[in-house]
Design a protein around this ligand. Structure first.
Ligand code: 5GP
Ligand code: MG
Length: 172
C-alpha cells in the first residue's frame, strides 16, 4: 500500500498546532496539573512533544490498549499495559493519537473511572468523527480529518512508518 506523496500534515504544521494545544490544556488545568497518560504506541511522539510543550511539573505514565489489526477496527479492546501511577482521585489527561470509532478511548475512560480516577479528559492529535461508533468527543483536538487511514508521527501500518516526521495518507 503506497503513501500519498504529499503529507496531510507536515512536521512544521504538527509542531505549531501542538504549541497551541499545550496552551489550551494548560489553561484548562490552571488549578492543578493532570496525570498525563500517553497511549502506546501511536501517541508516542505526540505525547512526548505535547507533554514537553505543556511543561507541567506533573507525572507522565503510559497505557497500551489494542483494538486494531491491519486497517480495520476489530471492535475489541484489550489492555496490554496499565500505568504504575496511582489513579485513584487523579485528574487524568489521556493522550491519544486518533479517535476513530471511539471504542478504544471509551474503553480506556471506563477503565480509568473504574480505577477511581476523579476526572478523565482526552487530548487527541487527530479526530475522525465520521467513523464514530460510540458517543465520545475529545476534549482537546489537534486536527479533525476525513475518513483516511494515516501513518507517520508515531502512527503505523502493521508496525511500519512510525518514524516518519509528518502525517501521510496510506492509499487503499
Ligand atoms: P478506535 O478505537 O477509536 O476505532 O481506534 C483507536 C486506535 O486505532 C487509534 O488510537 C489508533 O491507534 C488506531 N487507528 C485508528 N485510525 C487510524 C489510522 O488512520 N491510522 C493508524 N495508524 N491508526 C489508526
Ligand atoms: Mg492508539
Amino acid at each position: 500500500m503506497p503513501l500519498q506523496p504529499e503529507p496531510l500534515f507536515t512536521a512544521q504544521t504538527i509542531h505549531k498546532r501542538i504549541q497551541e494545544l499545550a496552551h489550551e490544556i494548560r489553561a484548562a488545568y490552571s488549578d492543578a496539573p493532570p496525570l498525563c497518560l500517553i497511549t502506546l504506541k501511536g501517541a508516542l511522539h505526540f505525547g512526548s512533544d505535547l507533554t514537553r510543550a505543556m511543561a507541567f511539573s506533573s507525572e507522565t505514565d503510559f497505557i497500551c490498549a489494542r483494538s486494531y489489526a491491519d486497517t480495520d477496527s476489530t471492535g475489541e479492546v484489550r489492555l496490554l499495559y496499565t500505568p504504575t501511577a496511582v489513579l485513584r482521585a487523579r485528574q487524568v489527561l489521556l493522550i491519544e493519537d486518533i479517535l476513530d470509532t471511539g471504542r478504544t478511548a471509551s474503553a480506556l475512560i471506563a477503565w480509568l473511572e473504574a480505577q477511581g480516577a476523579a476526572s478523565c479528559r482526552i487530548a487527541a492529535l487527530l479526530d475522525k468523527p465520521s467513523r464514530r461508533e460510540v458517543d465520545i468527543t475529545p476534549d482537546f483536538t489537534g486536527f479533525t480529518i476525513d475518513d483516511h487511514f494515516v501513518v507517520g508521527y508515531g502512527m503505523d501500518y502493521n508496525e511500519r512508518y512510525r518514524e516518519l516526521p509528518d502525517i501521510r495518507i496510506l492509499e487503499p
